[in-house]
Design a protein around this ligand. Structure first.
Ligand code: ZN
Length: 93
């Protein structure tokens, strides 16, 4: 299990739900960088940092290709989305 580290980022807005984020949790022991794939903790949308570390929407086409071409990325993303869903109680009937 990886340990998440939190980093301050310039305030940015989720392109789907409009929530403001000013920190990012990352599990690879480095600061967030442009191009990183990011899950919004408010709405679980999958976004990407642009050059200014602002959240931009990741198209379904690009996300589908990433998941199909990178099994580790797909497993990690699925685990993180499931953990977020369970933490929010979305998995309970
Ligand atoms: Zn959101």
């Amino acid at each position: 299990m990886s340990i998440l580290e939190n980093y301050r980022i310039p305030p940015t807005v989720c392109p789907l739900c409009g929530a403001t984020a000013d920190c990012a949790s990352i599990d690879c022991k480095r600061e967030p960088k442009p191009g990183d794939i990011v899950i919004c903790i408010e709405c679980s949308s999958v976004n990407q940092f642009n050059q200014a570390l602002a959240l931009t929407r990741l198209s379904i086409k690009v996300l589908t290709e990433l998941r199909a071409n990178n099994p580790k990325f797909n497993r990690d993303l699925t685990k993180k989305l499931e953990a977020l869903r369970l933490a929010r109680g979305w998995g309970k009937q």
